[in-house]
Write a protein that binds this ligand. Structure first.
Ligand SMILES: *Cc1c(COP(=O)(O)O)cnc(C)c1O
Length: 452
């Protein structure tokens, strides 16, 4: 029995993104100005984002049309395949049907180009010359620099210093796409200089790199800033994943009982799950939705649902989200894309409303799951995606125990070809099972902004 592939023809790329804000039983809490703590309007965001994306951020329209030039780029790798993991099912001896949507087929190797392409497109439309951004392990930096190359924009990437030093291959890819890569904290920005003055040996964090990229954009009239996760419009761009999957399930004559995704800022999880959650919210279906995060950076399972900054330098608006505190620097586990202190407000809100569940795994469990997956299916997952694999395997084993033949769907958000050192370390037995860093989280939470 071989793996089965459900592959839509290319003219079946969705024509519109799905905006879950249209179906929320209770609207999102508004973002607040970082200084005045008053709700912000579109004009407050105009220095750093193009108006088209700001309007998408606050839109409550259910469908937002995907521009033709964006669909033309999507067509290179979309629709992405949906696989039935028959060999994994056999290896687990489970009655469950396991499916995965594979986003590693994009040129950058993950789901991230689904949003980098429209973001570059809208910025170009509005006359922007260059984009600034941050990147942790380098996946977002490579996705955005690729999109900038396609649409003729310059791109400046602040890369967390520890990754810049330890993961040179993603840096090499970003440079090959024509972007400039700067190790963060850097001396180029006020935010970076402040961190270096306090700690000259700082190895950086996503929160610091975001501050640098936002500052660099705000000070350059020809530049805007671009974020690869967390924001409403980013999560919406990713819904092409779930919309395609719905059609592929129709081809397979099946429907998922449970959907699993890994969560850093929430974008690949949302991309797969939101169209299905929309059906749940409209009373058309009743699918369980499970978010999986690292136990070393557990914003959904251990964080507080409150207003916090998106960055360490406190330049971004305050948003209501599950957070570990904006000064929290997670331990150096290998899933760099999941090392963010907060969580997308939409994902946080849905957890608060009881529409999704959240679980956490340590990296030894996730690498064990990833290796088992590789040996059954051949694809080596990104360390982030291993969290989704672990979650799906756990559901499949539960089905076995309960004798239930459920359909389990998960998002394989990217391949791990640039992360082989992590697999080498895993096999050499030198990966650590980082515990939940309780003291550091308590300290960071104590520094939450008071809105009294
Ligand atoms: C960036 C990344 C993630 C985490 O980001 P989300 O916004 O939570 O999806 C997960 N998987 C891969 C492959 C990534 O590159």
């Amino acid at each position: 029995m071989s793996t089965v592939k459900y592959y839509l023809p290319e003219d079946r790329i969705p024509k519109a993104w799905y905006n879950i804000q249209a179906d929320l039983p209770k609207p999102l809490a508004p973002p607040l100005h970082p200084g005045t703590h008053q709700p912000i309007g579109p004009d407050d965001l105009a220095p750093i984002f193009p108006m088209a994306l700001i309007m998408q951020e606050v839109s409550t329209e259910r469908e937002i049309e995907i521009p033709t030039p964006v669909r033309d780029v999507y067509r290179q790798w979309r629709p992405s395949p949906l696989f039935r993991a028959r060999r994994l099912e056999k290896a687990l001896d489970t009655p469950a049907r396991i499916y995965y949507k594979y986003e590693g087929v994009s040129p950058a190797g993950s789901h991230k180009p689904n949003t980098s392409v429209p973001q570059a497109y809208y910025n170009k439309q509005e006359g922007v010359k260059r984009l600034t951004t941050e990147t942790g392990a380098g996946q977002w930096g490579s996705a955005l620099s690729m999109a900038c190359a396609f649409f003729g924009l310059e791109c400046k990437v602040f890369m967390v210093k520890v990754s810049y030093q330890q993961k040179p291959y993603r840096r090499g890819l970003i440079e090959a796409y024509g972007a400039e890569v700067i190790a963060s904290p850097s001396t180029e920005t006020q935010a970076g200089r402040a961190i270096l003055a306090e700690n000259p040996n700082s190895t950086g964090s996503l929160g610091i790199a975001i501050s640098e990229a936002v500052e660099a954009a705000a000070q350059d009239p020809e530049a805007k800033y671009s974020l690869g996760s967390v924001l409403n419009h980013v999560l919406m761009h990713q819904t092409v994943i779930g919309l395609e999957t719905m059609e592929q399930f129709t081809m397979a004559d099946d429907y998922p009982d449970v959907i699993v995704g890994c969560t850093g800022g929430g974008s690949n999880f949302a991309g797969l799950a939101f169209p299905f959650i929309g059906c749940n919210l409209r009373g058309e279906a009743n699918v369980r939705i499970v978010a999986v995060e690292p136990s070393a950076c557990p914003s959904l399972t251990k964080g507080r649902f409150t207003y916090d900054f998106g960055d360490t330098g406190h330049l971004t608006p305050l948003v209501k989200m599950h957070t570990l505190g904006s000064t929290f620097v997670p331990p150096g586990f290998h899933a760099g894309g999941l090392r963010y202190h907060g969580m997308g407000p939409l994902v946080s809100h849905l957890l608060d409303l009881g529409q999704i569940e959240a679980t956490a795994y340590d990296q030894l469990e996730t690498f064990a799951a990833g290796v088992q997956f590789t040996q059954a299916e051949g694809i080596i997952p990104a360390p982030e995606a291993n969290h989704a694999v672990a979650g799906a395997i756990k559901e499949a084993l539960r089905c076995k125990e309960e004798g239930k033949s459920e359909a389990i769907l998960f998002n394989l958000s990217g391949h791990g070809h640039f992360d082989m050192q992590a697999y080498i370390d895993y096999h050499a037995g030198v990966l650590e099972a980082y515990e939940y860093p309780e003291e550091e989280v308590a300290m960071a939470l104590a520094g939450l902004p008071s809105l009294g």
